[in-house]
Design a protein around this ligand. Structure first.
Ligand SMILES: Cc1cc2nc3c(=O)[nH]c(=O)nc-3n(C[C@H](O)[C@H](O)[C@H](O)COP(=O)(O)O)c2cc1C
Length: 169
Protein backbone atom coordinates (compact mmCIF):
# COMPACT_ATOMS: atom_id res chain seq x y z
CA UNK A 1 0.00 0.00 0.00
CA UNK A 2 2.83 2.40 0.81
CA UNK A 3 3.92 2.51 -2.81
CA UNK A 4 0.44 3.64 -3.94
CA UNK A 5 0.49 6.44 -1.38
CA UNK A 6 3.92 7.43 -2.60
CA UNK A 7 2.78 7.53 -6.23
CA UNK A 8 -0.24 9.64 -5.32
CA UNK A 9 1.97 12.04 -3.34
CA UNK A 10 3.92 12.94 -6.46
CA UNK A 11 2.75 16.31 -7.72
CA UNK A 12 4.23 18.83 -10.10
CA UNK A 13 6.29 21.18 -7.93
CA UNK A 14 7.20 24.45 -9.63
CA UNK A 15 8.45 26.55 -6.67
CA UNK A 16 11.66 25.80 -4.77
CA UNK A 17 13.30 27.10 -1.59
CA UNK A 18 16.79 27.40 -3.06
CA UNK A 19 18.28 24.87 -0.64
CA UNK A 20 20.86 22.95 -2.63
CA UNK A 21 20.27 19.37 -3.71
CA UNK A 22 23.31 17.27 -2.79
CA UNK A 23 25.47 15.25 -5.16
CA UNK A 24 24.30 12.12 -3.38
CA UNK A 25 20.66 13.03 -4.04
CA UNK A 26 21.45 13.70 -7.70
CA UNK A 27 23.11 10.31 -7.90
CA UNK A 28 20.04 8.61 -6.35
CA UNK A 29 17.73 10.35 -8.82
CA UNK A 30 19.90 9.17 -11.71
CA UNK A 31 19.93 5.63 -10.33
CA UNK A 32 16.14 5.75 -10.17
CA UNK A 33 15.98 7.04 -13.75
CA UNK A 34 18.18 4.25 -15.02
CA UNK A 35 16.11 1.62 -13.17
CA UNK A 36 13.23 2.24 -15.57
CA UNK A 37 12.02 -0.49 -17.88
CA UNK A 38 13.47 -0.31 -21.38
CA UNK A 39 12.41 -2.13 -24.55
CA UNK A 40 14.90 -4.94 -25.28
CA UNK A 41 16.85 -3.43 -22.37
CA UNK A 42 18.40 -0.99 -24.85
CA UNK A 43 18.43 1.95 -22.42
CA UNK A 44 18.67 4.54 -25.23
CA UNK A 45 18.95 7.42 -22.78
CA UNK A 46 21.41 9.99 -21.49
CA UNK A 47 21.02 12.65 -18.83
CA UNK A 48 22.51 16.13 -18.65
CA UNK A 49 22.66 17.38 -15.05
CA UNK A 50 22.54 21.17 -15.04
CA UNK A 51 23.35 23.10 -11.85
CA UNK A 52 24.95 26.22 -13.34
CA UNK A 53 22.54 29.16 -12.81
CA UNK A 54 23.26 30.78 -16.17
CA UNK A 55 22.60 27.53 -18.02
CA UNK A 56 19.42 26.97 -16.01
CA UNK A 57 18.31 30.50 -16.90
CA UNK A 58 18.80 29.73 -20.59
CA UNK A 59 16.80 26.52 -20.25
CA UNK A 60 14.07 28.45 -18.44
CA UNK A 61 13.60 30.55 -21.57
CA UNK A 62 12.90 27.52 -23.78
CA UNK A 63 9.14 28.17 -23.73
CA UNK A 64 6.42 29.79 -21.66
CA UNK A 65 6.01 26.86 -19.24
CA UNK A 66 9.68 26.24 -18.48
CA UNK A 67 10.42 29.26 -16.25
CA UNK A 68 10.86 27.16 -13.09
CA UNK A 69 14.16 25.79 -14.45
CA UNK A 70 15.80 29.07 -13.39
CA UNK A 71 14.77 28.60 -9.74
CA UNK A 72 15.38 24.87 -9.31
CA UNK A 73 18.56 23.60 -7.66
CA UNK A 74 19.22 21.22 -10.50
CA UNK A 75 17.69 20.52 -13.89
CA UNK A 76 17.88 17.09 -15.51
CA UNK A 77 17.65 17.01 -19.29
CA UNK A 78 16.41 13.57 -20.34
CA UNK A 79 17.79 12.81 -23.78
CA UNK A 80 17.09 9.83 -26.04
CA UNK A 81 18.59 8.28 -29.13
CA UNK A 82 16.07 7.19 -31.80
CA UNK A 83 18.78 5.28 -33.67
CA UNK A 84 19.24 3.04 -30.63
CA UNK A 85 15.57 2.20 -30.17
CA UNK A 86 12.21 2.92 -31.79
CA UNK A 87 10.91 2.96 -28.20
CA UNK A 88 13.18 5.77 -27.03
CA UNK A 89 10.23 8.01 -26.10
CA UNK A 90 8.61 5.37 -23.91
CA UNK A 91 11.91 4.42 -22.29
CA UNK A 92 12.87 8.03 -21.57
CA UNK A 93 9.36 8.74 -20.29
CA UNK A 94 9.62 5.85 -17.84
CA UNK A 95 13.00 7.19 -16.69
CA UNK A 96 11.49 10.65 -16.23
CA UNK A 97 8.64 9.36 -14.08
CA UNK A 98 11.17 7.48 -11.96
CA UNK A 99 13.09 10.74 -11.36
CA UNK A 100 9.88 12.45 -10.27
CA UNK A 101 8.85 9.60 -7.96
CA UNK A 102 12.33 9.32 -6.46
CA UNK A 103 12.41 13.08 -5.89
CA UNK A 104 9.15 12.82 -3.94
CA UNK A 105 10.67 10.01 -1.88
CA UNK A 106 13.68 12.18 -1.02
CA UNK A 107 11.50 15.09 0.10
CA UNK A 108 12.26 16.98 -3.10
CA UNK A 109 9.88 18.24 -5.76
CA UNK A 110 10.09 18.36 -9.52
CA UNK A 111 8.10 18.83 -12.68
CA UNK A 112 8.14 17.37 -16.18
CA UNK A 113 8.80 20.17 -18.67
CA UNK A 114 7.90 19.00 -22.17
CA UNK A 115 10.42 19.53 -24.96
CA UNK A 116 9.93 16.77 -27.59
CA UNK A 117 8.28 16.78 -30.13
CA UNK A 118 8.34 20.57 -30.61
CA UNK A 119 11.36 21.14 -32.84
CA UNK A 120 12.04 24.72 -31.74
CA UNK A 121 12.18 23.61 -28.11
CA UNK A 122 14.43 20.69 -28.94
CA UNK A 123 16.76 23.03 -30.82
CA UNK A 124 17.01 25.46 -27.88
CA UNK A 125 17.89 22.66 -25.45
CA UNK A 126 20.27 20.97 -27.90
CA UNK A 127 22.12 24.24 -28.54
CA UNK A 128 22.28 25.24 -24.86
CA UNK A 129 23.55 21.87 -23.65
CA UNK A 130 25.64 21.05 -26.74
CA UNK A 131 23.74 17.80 -27.29
CA UNK A 132 25.14 15.98 -30.33
CA UNK A 133 23.07 15.34 -33.47
CA UNK A 134 21.23 12.04 -33.25
CA UNK A 135 20.18 12.62 -29.65
CA UNK A 136 16.81 14.22 -28.89
CA UNK A 137 15.86 15.97 -25.65
CA UNK A 138 12.57 14.52 -24.44
CA UNK A 139 12.06 16.81 -21.48
CA UNK A 140 13.60 18.85 -18.70
CA UNK A 141 13.06 18.00 -15.03
CA UNK A 142 13.72 20.92 -12.67
CA UNK A 143 14.17 19.61 -9.10
CA UNK A 144 14.56 21.33 -5.74
CA UNK A 145 13.24 21.52 -2.20
CA UNK A 146 9.54 22.36 -2.47
CA UNK A 147 8.38 25.89 -1.67
CA UNK A 148 4.78 24.93 -2.33
CA UNK A 149 2.61 22.23 -0.83
CA UNK A 150 0.28 20.13 -2.90
CA UNK A 151 -1.88 17.41 -1.41
CA UNK A 152 -1.59 13.81 -2.54
CA UNK A 153 -4.55 12.82 -4.64
CA UNK A 154 -6.09 10.00 -6.54
CA UNK A 155 -7.44 10.76 -9.96
CA UNK A 156 -9.15 7.46 -10.44
CA UNK A 157 -11.84 7.76 -13.10
CA UNK A 158 -14.16 4.79 -13.28
CA UNK A 159 -15.41 5.67 -16.79
CA UNK A 160 -11.90 5.20 -18.19
CA UNK A 161 -11.85 1.56 -17.17
CA UNK A 162 -13.26 -1.25 -19.29
CA UNK A 163 -13.47 -4.88 -18.27
CA UNK A 164 -12.85 -7.70 -20.73
CA UNK A 165 -14.02 -5.62 -23.76
CA UNK A 166 -14.46 -1.94 -24.48
CA UNK A 167 -17.98 -1.05 -23.33
CA UNK A 168 -19.93 1.96 -24.56
CA UNK A 169 -20.65 4.24 -21.64
C1 LIG B 1 4.55 15.23 -21.40
C2 LIG B 1 4.36 16.24 -20.30
C3 LIG B 1 4.73 17.55 -20.52
C4 LIG B 1 4.58 18.50 -19.50
N1 LIG B 1 5.04 19.77 -19.73
C5 LIG B 1 4.97 20.68 -18.74
C6 LIG B 1 5.56 21.96 -18.92
O1 LIG B 1 6.15 22.26 -19.97
N2 LIG B 1 5.49 22.85 -17.90
C7 LIG B 1 4.85 22.54 -16.72
O2 LIG B 1 4.82 23.40 -15.84
N3 LIG B 1 4.28 21.31 -16.50
C8 LIG B 1 4.34 20.38 -17.49
N4 LIG B 1 3.85 19.12 -17.27
C9 LIG B 1 3.24 18.77 -15.97
C10 LIG B 1 1.70 18.69 -16.03
O3 LIG B 1 1.17 19.99 -16.22
C11 LIG B 1 1.18 18.06 -14.74
O4 LIG B 1 1.71 16.74 -14.62
C12 LIG B 1 -0.35 18.00 -14.69
O5 LIG B 1 -0.90 19.30 -14.62
C13 LIG B 1 -0.89 17.18 -13.51
O6 LIG B 1 -0.43 17.71 -12.28
P1 LIG B 1 0.43 16.81 -11.25
O7 LIG B 1 1.72 16.46 -11.93
O8 LIG B 1 0.64 17.69 -10.05
O9 LIG B 1 -0.38 15.59 -10.92
C14 LIG B 1 3.99 18.14 -18.26
C15 LIG B 1 3.62 16.80 -18.05
C16 LIG B 1 3.81 15.87 -19.04
C17 LIG B 1 3.46 14.42 -18.78
Amino acid sequence: MEIIQHIEARRSIRAYTGQPVTEEQVRLLLEAAMSAPSAHDTRPWAFVVVCDPEQRRRLAETHRWSAMAAKASVVFAVVGNPAMSEHWVEDCSAATENILLAATGLGLGGVWVGIYPVEAREETVRRTLKIPQGWRPLCLVPVGYPAEEKPPRTRYEEEKVHHEIWHKK
